[in-house]
Each structure stands twice: as structure tokens, then as C-alpha cells.
Design a protein around this ligand. Structure first.
Ligand code: XMP
Length: 315
């Protein structure tokens, strides 16, 4: 059984012995990076600057919620709006691995710049075991390059510190509960954010569609879970597919795009089973998506694939 208290005590000591001077942490407000921030700030206090990068691909209202969280926790933080840079870097990029590497690389260049301004020589990341296992570690094949692994350039001039590197998601949640970090029960969200939930080119229009569809999936499932009509899945979201199909709108032919709804049960993200969502909830989600996004979406499908053979995200 994983002992969160022992892990925290040992890690705080190790971090104190390792980090001389200042450090910055790349924090998305998700479970892993927020726990890493709490752990490192326990060790070195205000010598840690928490940097949140808005890449333009975040969920609806997320940047504001994350800032509120940082304020409540009393973190020494900085918000960087880099959405223009990220959107420019995504023009014409279709290949999922290329997308992931470009995003990871953009993040690192921003962290290098901010670290220089702050006088930090260490970069802390909330990388966990599945991130580097799935990215391929030399002994295993690559499944996908996680943004915090494959985007790191060889010439990065910061020393990398990854205190959660050997842990799985369920263990990170145990540490979050032990430290009283309120993100413990948040669903996982990938570092490349909505960019990997758009199959095809990521641009302001495709992000706006998938952002709204994800918000509808979250609202409806969370509402149903609160009302006791279903149990909240481990992870639940929408994906924008590239295919167009024929539909009918106002009695006329419409040629629209498709949203796939995905919800899975998992313990650590390494395997997953699709969630058996009650049909009436799927029905409400489908109706809302096709009503509220009726300019672009005329079809909604529910993904009934497990991992393996699929993965949780689509890219
Ligand atoms: P997959 O799609 O590989 O995802 O089955 C497993 C879990 O990891 C999340 N995920 C990521 N998290 N950076 C992250 O921090 C990434 O690049 C990344 N890609 C996937 C995914 O949401 C799921 O919870």
C-alpha cells in the first residue's frame, strides 16, 4: 500500500537538498502539476514560481478557475497568455505526434524565458509514470509522446526536476488528499489540452466547437451524477472528428461535422473501460450539442471502445 505521508516527507527533504536557488514549475491546474507545485513549495517556499500557460486550448472558464485556485492556495504564480503563439504554431499541423511535439516545445521555450526573468535554474514538472511509459523509454514501444516528455529540446538550459515521476494517478491523488490540495477529485486533463481532442487542424474555430461540446458533456454528466442517476466516470469529454456527413436542418440538406463523446473508467489511465452511460443522459448530451452547435455539428456518436485497443484520448 502506497504511504503518502512517507513519500511527502522523503521527497520534501530530497527537493530541499537538490534545489539551490530558485525554481519554476509548469502548472496547468490539473492534479499532477498542482500536487507537484504543493510538494515543491512545501520544500522551498517562495523560491518556487508557479507558471500557468494559457495555450488557447484550455476548457471553458479554466484559466479563471485555475487562477482562483492559485490565489486560494496562496501560490507565488504567473499567468502567461501565449495563445497567439500556440495557434500560429498549429497552422497546417495534422499529424498527432507532430502536434504533441510542437506543443511540448512551445511550452519549454516559454518556461525557459520566464525562468530567466525570475532567475531560476530548475524547471519542475508534474510528470507521472504513464507519461514517460507511453512516450517510450527505450525498452518499451512508443504509444504517444506526452507533451511534458517529448517536447523537451536537447539544448534546454534548465535542470529538470520531476518529483512524481515514478507514481501513478491513484497515488498522486492520495498525496493530494494528504496535502489537502483540492484538485484531488478533478478528472484528468491532458497537457496538450483540447488540441488532442481535435482530429485535424487546431484553429480558433475548431477549438471553440470542441470547447463548447466538452462543457456540455461535463455539465450533463456532473448534473446527472449529482442527481444520483449515474456515477461520474473517471474521465469524460468530447472530441471533434474531421469527417463530414449529411444531415437535415430546417428541412434542408446540411453537411456537418461529428462529435464523439468519450467516457471511461480507469484506475491509473494505463487501461480503461468505456463507461456504461444511461441512454437518457446520452440523449440529452446529443440534443444539446446538435442544438447549441447547430451551425457545425449534425451528428453525435458515443465511443464504446476500451483501452487497449484504443487509447483514452484520440491523438
Ligand atoms: P491516453 O490517451 O494515452 O491517456 O490513453 C492516458 C491518460 O493520460 C492523459 N494524457 C496526457 N496527460 N500529457 C498529460 O499530462 C499528455 O500529453 C497526455 N496525453 C494523454 C489522458 O487524458 C488520460 O487521462
Amino acid at each position: 500500500m502506497f504511504d503518502a505521508e512517507a513519500f511527502v516527507n522523503e521527497e520534501v527533504k530530497r527537493i530541499r537538498d537538490t534545489i539551490r536557488g530558485k525554481a519554476i514549475i509548469a502548472c496547468s491546474g490539473g492534479v499532477d502539476s498542482t500536487v507537484a507545485a504543493a510538494l515543491v513549495s512545501k520544500a522551498i517556499g517562495d523560491r518556487l514560481l508557479t507558471v500557468y500557460v494559457d495555450n488557447g486550448f484550455m476548457r471553458k472558464g479554466e484559466t479563471r478557475e485555475v487562477e482562483d485556485l492559485f490565489k486560494r492556495v496562496g501560490m507565488n504564480y504567473l499567468l502567461v497568455d501565449a495563445s497567439d503563439d500556440f495557434f500560429s504554431a498549429m497552422i497546417g499541423i495534422i499529424d498527432p505526434e507532430e502536434k504533441r511535439k510542437i506543443i511540448g516545445n512551445q511550452f519549454i521555450r516559454i518556461f525557459e524565458r520566464e525562468a530567466k526573468k525570475y532567475g531560476a535554474s530548475y524547471l519542475v514538472q508534474g510528470t507521472i509514470a504513464p507519461d514517460w511509459i507511453e512516450s517510450g523509454d527505450g525498452t518499451r514501444g512508443k504509444i504517444k509522446t506526452h507533451h511534458n516528455v517529448g517536447g523537451i529540446p536537447d539544448d534546454m538550459d534548465l535542470e529538470l526536476i520531476e518529483p512524481l515521476r515514478d507514481l501513478y494517478k491513484d497515488e498522486v491523488r492520495m498525496i493530494a488528499r494528504y496535502l489537502g490540495v483540492e484538485v484531488a477529485e478533478r478528472q484528468p486533463f491532458p497537457g496538450p489540452a483540447l488540441a488532442v481532442r481535435i482530429i485535424g487542424e487546431v484553429n480558433r474555430e475548431s477549438v471553440a466547437i470542441v470547447r463548447e461540446a466538452c462543457a456540455i458533456v461535463e455539465e450533463e454528466m456532473e448534473r446527472a451524477a449529482k442527481a444520483g442517476t449515474m456515477i461520474l466516470p473517471w474521465q469524460y469529454f468530447a472530441v471533434l472528428l474531421p469527417s463530414q456527413t449529411v444531415g437535415v436542418r430546417d428541412s434542408a440538406r446540411a453537411y456537418g461535422r461529428t462529435i464523439a463523446v468519450r467516457a471511461v473508467e480507469s484506475i491509473d489511465g494505463m487501461d480503461a473501460a468505456y463507461s456504461k452511460i444511461p441512454h437518457e443522459i446520452l440523449d440529452r448530451i446529443s440534443t444539446r450539442i446538435t442544438d447549441e452547435l447547430n451551425d457545425s455539428i449534425n451528428r453525435v456518436v458515443y465511443d464504446i471502445t476500451n483501452k487497449p485497443p484504443a487509447t483514452i484520448e484520440y491523438e
